[in-house]
Design a protein around this ligand. Structure first.
Ligand code: GLU
Length: 304
């Protein structure tokens, strides 16, 4: 497969594509990102990689981080995490409070904000220094020690994080939060602030395409079973209330973030990251989704 030729077609086809939408202004630091950024990077499991555009520029990974924290919670929290968070699509916006009351403070899945806050709580209980541990994990799987938290983005989100503050306190009142709400929010806002490029993200996500093993070094960092299960949750819950649409159009497990990034995985073949900051009303990068739809259409390959 000539992936570079296919990526070149996607870049050209979408050069003048106007996705509409807007950059997220509820996190003021993210509202400053130029809307016309566009890049894509694909890593095959043999290390060959292909790219275009702003693929090397770092951006805020936001909710994509929820996949990393889930991988760590599965490793350190074991099966008991599924007593505290479910694995069903939510059909509701990422920051919704609605279902929590009806469902006794058990979030629908680990990829909506409430679910990821519970995962943060688990990591704080299980790990000595969870912020450092998470960063080390992401650096290891990306094979890049320069990856950092963006303190400005974390602080900006904390100042305007009313919904997440409400979510964590509400779940605490329902008995599904163990630790101090401030510690959980500090960890959560930092995980969302991690700055990575499409190139770094695609490399990191190889573990989900490669049965839990890192690129090239083939080090097993999570179990093959974990990779399988996390891919399944990405497939059904990776795009909030647009998970069905992404699955229908692209046909791969994936995860988006309000920083405009999307990562998708073709198990056994490749992982791919795309970045375009304008978000549709569901909070997903419209041009990113279009680029991935083109990828699976032009290659004729998806998991279906
Ligand atoms: N930090 C964002 C929030 O909690 C993440 C949301 C997202 O990327 O979808 O609102």
């Amino acid at each position: 497969m000539d992936y570079q030729a296919i990526l070149n077609v996607i870049e050209k086809e979408l050069e003048h594509f106007d996705p509409g939408g807007k950059v997220p202004d509820y996190i003021p630091e993210l509202a400053k990102i130029p809307a016309d950024k566009f890049g894509m990077h694909l890593y095959c499991l043999d290390g060959k990689n292909f790219s275009f555009g702003d693929h090397d520029e770092r951006f805020s990974i936001q909710s994509i981080s929820k996949v990393f924290t889930l991988a760590l919670a599965k490793k350190h929290g074991g099966k008991k995490i599924w007593k505290r968070v479910d694995v069903e699509p939510s059909g509701d916006p990422f920051n919704s409070l609605l279902q929590l009351e009806k469902e006794n403070g058990i979030p629908r899945n680990p990829f909506i904000n409430a679910g990821s806050l519970v995962i943060a709580d688990i990591l704080i209980s299980e790990l000595e220094n969870p912020k450092e541990y998470l960063l080390d994990f992401v650096r290891e799987i990306s094979d890049d020690p320069t990856i950092e938290y963006d303190e400005k983005v974390a602080a900006s989100e904390y100042q305007h994080g009313y919904r997440n503050i409400a979510l964590v306190n509400y779940m605490k009142s329902l008995g599904n939060i163990e630790n101090d709400a401030d510690d959980i929010l500090d960890f959560y806002f930092h995980q969302c602030s991690i700055a990575m490029s499409c190139c770094q993200l695609a490399k990191a996500f190889v573990i989900f395409a490669n049965e839990g093993k890192t690129l090239i070094t083939n080090k097993k960092v999570i179990g093959a079973n974990s990779a399988k299960r996390i891919n399944a949750i990405m497939q059904t819950c990776g795009f909030y209330d647009e998970a069905g649409e992404f699955s229908f159009r692209v046909g791969l497990p994936g995860k988006s973030g309000v920083g405009g990034g999307i990562v998708a995985v073709h198990p056994g073949q490749y992982s791919v990251a795309v970045w375009s900051p304008l978000l549709n009303e569901k909070g997903n990068s419209e041009k990113g989704m279009k680029a991935l739809e083109e990828l699976t259409s032009l290659t004729g390959l998806s998991i279906f």
